[in-house]
Design a protein. Sequence first.
Length: 597
Amino acid sequence: METKSPNSLQESPTPSGTERTLGDGIQLLKAVKEGNIELLQQLLEGGAEVNFQDEWGWSPLHNAVQCCQEDMVNLLLHYGADPCLKKKNEATPFIIAGIVGNVELLKLFLSKGADVNECDANGFTAFMEAAVHGEEEALKFLYENGAEVNLSRKTTENQKRLRKGGATALMDAAENGHADILKILLDEMGADVKARDNMGRNALIYAFRNSDDRNLEDITRLLLYHGADVNVRGEKGKTPLILAVERRHSDVVQMLLEQEHIEIDDTDSEGKTALLLAVELKLKKIAQLLCTKGASMDCGDLVTIARRNYDAPLVKLLLSHGAREDGRPPVEDWKPQSSRWGEALEHLRIIYRPMIGNLKIFIDEEYKIADTSEGGIYLGFYEGQEVAVKRFSEGSTRGQQEVSCLQSSRANSDLVTFYGSENYKDCLYVCLALCEQTLEEHFATCKGEAVENEEDVFARNVLSSVFKAVENLHVLCGYTHQDLCPQNILIDFKNATCLADFDESVKWAGEPQEIKRDLQALGWLVLYVVRKGELPFETLKTKSNEEVIRLSPDEETRDLIRCLFNTGDNVQGHLNGLLGHPFFWSWEKKWLMQYEG
């Protein structure tokens, strides 16, 4: 985004320029800023570099546009100024014209080849800048000339990984308090009120980023009328309701509470609800609104906090709505089983969260285990048991396949334990045993560790468990996995292995190829485990069967993989015979077999 004031001029010569060029360039910039067109023309006639740029990339043309000096702009263009010249942040004269809202200059630069949707290095277009600065006429002109209303801010891959960027003109208008611009965007230009930036924030969250609350009530009303999500989260997990309480804005709180789907007891990342915050801030009127709407009294030591603040009317209000004098019951002594996730589990256990059936969960980065193709995996408690919660959209085919397969395999100890599932707010929550790491993560942290006495007990145990899991899946449950890979093999706090991720599993209907796909993947897994992850699994998948067999370190491994790649007619029961393969024998058994032979 551009500012309305350029930075200071460069005071020392650039490596490529001469002292005269630098001096003339500075004089050009000075002439433009002072509005001295006679001096400007004199310098240009004397051969001054028309496209001179200071250390921040400001040229005479950029400055002339910023100052709305149309006569100077035309003069500079006449002397060869580049109409598409970019500043250090890649802002062009066209984008600056959007900032200052000069429609004539916007027309001029479009005629000189500007792209109506061109953006600077931060992803700001002229249309976005017009929304930021409340330039209504420029906004309308750009819209009429093809500006994309719902274009989201583009950014670099590094910035995207930090969840930066993605904002739209609607969010810009909301953040800067321009209710009139917001109304035009929504009513006349079809702005998408449901759009989210790369952090998942919508325009309603952006409205609360305005430091002076300018037009906050009008903007909130407009966004709600057009269907903005009231349960979206911003920084630190704060919802619009929590932000409205923080701003002490009772009218906006009232407006939000009137929304049908408002989650009144949602908490921020510190576990605070809107009511707890209102009590801490001594906001009796807002607390009254929340209590009347049925806010939970079990969200903290409400009465104690009110008494500590010497707020007798608030104490009376809270007690009349069922708040306890003693606040929360003391937390019993408890230690998590998981060492990796222990700290986050302890925090989740003590903060207030509204229950989803038997599940306590908080969809927040602090409690995220992993990303998935749908809703991610989070820490949770199901009936008091620490769990990993896999989230799907309600009605998801993947989610239905996962639950169906898990329900049919509850008795299989080599598959991840399934505790149950809950449905809430168009989401399906699948609750599974919490593990410490994936097989891929294990090898990443244990690289270079020697095998004790050259007997790889870990490899034998892991593969034995996976073989049993897949065999039971095929024979007892009648399913095929279809996504066997190191990321889907989990290791728990006892170092036991289990197979997980069944959202691509299918009920076997007798098609041999489905089981053969699982057996093929097992062949790759055998080599991956024996070689301790040094050969990436994705690389193994690209190799021919002969190459995979050739890469095996010993004859037993080669033979086991060969058996997996070359199946007989009984594909469903194929693994049963392989569990007795010499690969799985201990040294003692091998010695005994040789002795008896």
